[in-house]
Ligand binder design. Structure first.
Ligand code: GLV
Ligand code: GLV
Length: 322
């Protein structure tokens, strides 16, 4: 008999077919979001799982699943994994890096431009029949060209975002756990390393694209927002929890920063309802990697990791504690 796996959320049907050549697949094409208890029940007797960020792989869960050998996350971020517990329990973990870098970088720019130039806000006015109220100072926004782009989290996605700024003649400053090599800095539009505070003070547009962890929780709170320019735009492309959403709402409401573009939220898919009453924020439902080609590549990547890991090979994107 083929080993049994769970594909925890709906996925491209051809990926299920692909996996079925190797495994007995339990799928969830109705896309029910399992409770932790339900997830545990479904995983009983399975050796592997293909998950998304909505599946929390906790120590409590693992303790009840002695058969589980591997979980492949269809995302680059893996803050839904307790990697220490997985390592202790001998459960392999993988993510889907690289295949989404360029698509996610594109979306960072889409959010930054939409927030800075007030695209969704002005569209709402147009749809609302208000165009006849036009005046010279209607929807004045901030320029991107010639401005300073600040990036916190200069991994592969951050570098791809920076590289795109060459055409806009922007200066790039960044903060990261470690400094990039001179070659990487050159690639990233000659990005200059700076302290987090300097990035906050100097950025006209601030892009957050660092992994979420206990250490990066509320990287941006009231104190950090207070350092930013009142004309600045903030983009969170990384994870909810990187930003203190309550502090951000206050800053946007009091115009302590000009605008924000958010693809991720604390407690998503729930989010703070006060965002909805603010006109200076662009809100998207965690879709930065959602191009047709890239989501297919992510699904294939997760499936290939699972196939490798469960057949005794090293998964190409094996996650390790460091
Ligand atoms: C999306 O947020 C991902 O981590 O891939
Ligand atoms: C983004 O989520 C990254 O890890 O670069």
């Amino acid at each position: 008999m083929k080993p049994a796996i769970l594909v925890a959320r709906a996925i491209f049907p051809d990926i299920l077919t692909y996996l079925s050549a190797h495994f007995e697949v339990e799928s969830n094409q109705d896309d029910v979001v399992f409770s932790p208890e339900e997830l545990m029940q479904r995983l009983k007797g399975k050796v592997g799982a293909l998950t998304t960020s909505s599946a929390r792989i906790s120590r409590e869960l693992l303790q009840q699943l002695p058969d589980l050998k591997m979980v492949a996350n269809m995302a680059v971020g893996y803050d839904n994994f307790d990697l220490a517990a997985m390592t202790e329990c001998g459960v392999l973990a993988s993510n889907t890096p690289d295949v989404l870098n360029e698509t996610t970088a594109d979306f960072g720019w889409a959010l930054m431009m939409a927030a800075a130039r007030r695209i969704t806000e002005s569209e709402h006015w147009l749809r609302d029949g208000q165009w006849n109220k036009w005046r010279y100072d209607y929807f004045l926004g901030a320029d991107l060209h010639g401005s300073t782009l600040g990036i916190i989290g200069m991994g592969r996605i951050g570098q791809a975002i920076a590289r795109r700024s060459t055409g806009f003649n922007m200066r790039v400053i960044y903060h990261n756990r470690s400094r990039l090599s001179p070659e990487q800095e050159a690639y990233a539009n000659n990005a200059q390393y700076a302290s987090k505070e300097e990035v906050l003070r100097q950025a006209d547009h601030l892009m957050l694209i660092l992994p979420y962890s206990a250490a990066s929780h509320h990287t941006i709170g009231a104190a950090e927002l207070a350092m930013m320019k009142p004309t600045a735009t903030l983009i969170n492309l990384a994870r909810g929890g990187i930003v203190d959403d309550v502090a951000l709402i206050a800053a946007l409401r009091d115009k302590r920063i000009a605008a924000a573009g958010l693809d991720v939220f604390e407690n998503e898919p729930k989010f703070h309802p006060d965002f909805l009453s603010l006109s200076n924020v662009v809100l998207t439902p965690h879709i930065a990697s959602a191009s047709e080609a890239t989501r297919r590549a992510m699904a294939k990547c997760a499936a290939d990791n699972l196939i490798a890991g469960l057949s005794g090979q090293t998964p190409p994107n094996l996650l390790k504690l460091f």
